[in-house]
Design a protein around this ligand. Structure first.
Ligand code: WQD
Length: 338
């Protein structure tokens, strides 16, 4: 049984479907604080299999112990965490308590287990901050975090590295995501719009759906070709598949080291204006937007060096920016009954 914490979330739900497509049995643990129980139906529609589910916050150590006692957990993919950069600045204690407390409780269960359990950690390219060199490879320095959220990812990786050194045969892979976007081709699952979107693509699709009069582009005076920030937008299904490859790498004894890190991106940088152009091309719509002020904390550019993921992990992206945006738009149209 593969335990997927936060498995009703955006990346978690897509990873559950990819796991099921490879024949893995899945148990989702989610506290529904940033997801909805209906996602279970979406997963079943997308894969044809309804995963087991337990509603639980990972701070509940008794509940977590019961999960491990009652199930034969052979792998863990840990997504459950608060993840809004801006909110983390307002609520640092809640972020450290939830994100680090949850991770520590999970690792404590691994420590108690009869044999070590392969562990995949959801990390983020945020750990690199404004990288000096582009594209960004895994040996790029981890820079002081720009937000408590980013810091919980950095500290989380450090906790796992120390745990790996202390627990015999415990193997961990940390996956540092760039910018996940899009939706499953079945459009049975996608990025649930809970509250005002912080990220670019949900804001684009919700503007196109008429929920907002226009998108604000946060600055066009950056030192980039068109003046807007550059990011590496990766289709969420490509990202989900990478998690299965990483888990199977440990399960099949292929990992080179007890603790491995991989950057997950397309290797291609796209500016905000290029994303808008792509969206207009795939939707046939003209997007209303204006150029506004820069957003505090935005890095100028970040995109992945995919060499290690391609050559060592043996995974690469298959889907394009257009495909990702087309799926995001189809998802938006579906949930708004457009
Ligand atoms: C992308 C670009 C904005 C909204 C964040 C987290 C990162 C990860 C992914 C969790 C930026 C611009 C955005 C808008 C805009 N999350 N933008 N108008 O900031 O690269 O990464 O999400 O792991 O940790 O930091 O993604 O989608 O917020 O922004 O112009 O209304 O779009 O300025 O250049 P970001 P984003």
């Amino acid at each position: 049984m593969i335990l997927v914490t936060g498995g009703l979330g955006f990346i978690g739900s897509h990873t559950v479907v990819s796991l099921q497509e490879k024949g893995h049995e899945v148990l989702i643990v989610d506290d529904l604080s940033n997801s909805a129980i209906e996602v279970l139906d979406g997963i079943e529609t997308a894969s044809g299999i309804r995963p087991a589910f337990e509603e639980l916050n990972l701070q509940n150590t008794a509940g977590l112990a019961r999960i491990f006692k009652n199930n034969d957990i052979s792998g863990i993919i840990h997504f459950a965490a608060f993840k809004a950069v801006g909110e983390s600045v307002q609520k640092p204690v809640a972020y450290y308590q939830n994100n680090l407390g949850s991770l520590l409780n999970l690792v404590a269960e691994v420590e108690k287990a009869a044999s070590p359990i392969p562990f995949i950690f959801s990390s983020s390219c945020t750990v690199y901050g404004e990288a000096k060199e582009l594209p960004i490879n895994e040996s790029a320095p981890v820079q002081p975090a720009l937000s408590p959220y980013g810091n919980t990812k950095q500290i989380g990786e450090e906790i796992l590295l120390d745990a790996v050194n202390a627990i015999a045969d415990f193997r961990v892979i940390a996956l540092r995501y760039f910018n996940p976007i899009g939706a499953h081709p079945s459009i049975a699952i996608g990025e649930l719009p809970l509250g005002k979107p912080q990220n670019l693509v949900p804001f684009i699709t919700q503007t196109a759906a008429g929920l907002y009069p226009k998108l604000t582009v946060f600055g066009n005076d950056y030192p980039t070709p068109d003046g807007t920030n550059i990011r590496d937008y990766i289709h969420v299904v490509d990202l989900a598949e990478a998690h299965v490859v990483a888990l199977e790498r440990i399960l099949e004894g292929k990992s080179d080291d007890d603790y491995e890190v991989f950057n997950l991106g397309t290797g291609k940088g796209s500016s905000v204006l290029q994303v808008i152009d792509s969206f207009e091309r795939v939707s046939g719509l003209k997007l209303a937007y204006e150029i506004g002020l820069r957003r505090e904390g935005d890095v100028i550019a970040a995109y992945a060096d995919t060499t290690k993921a391609n050559n060592v992990l043996g995974w690469k992206t298959k889907r394009s920016l257009d495909e990702a945006l087309a799926s995001a738009w189809k998802w938006e149209q579906k949930i708004r009954n457009l």
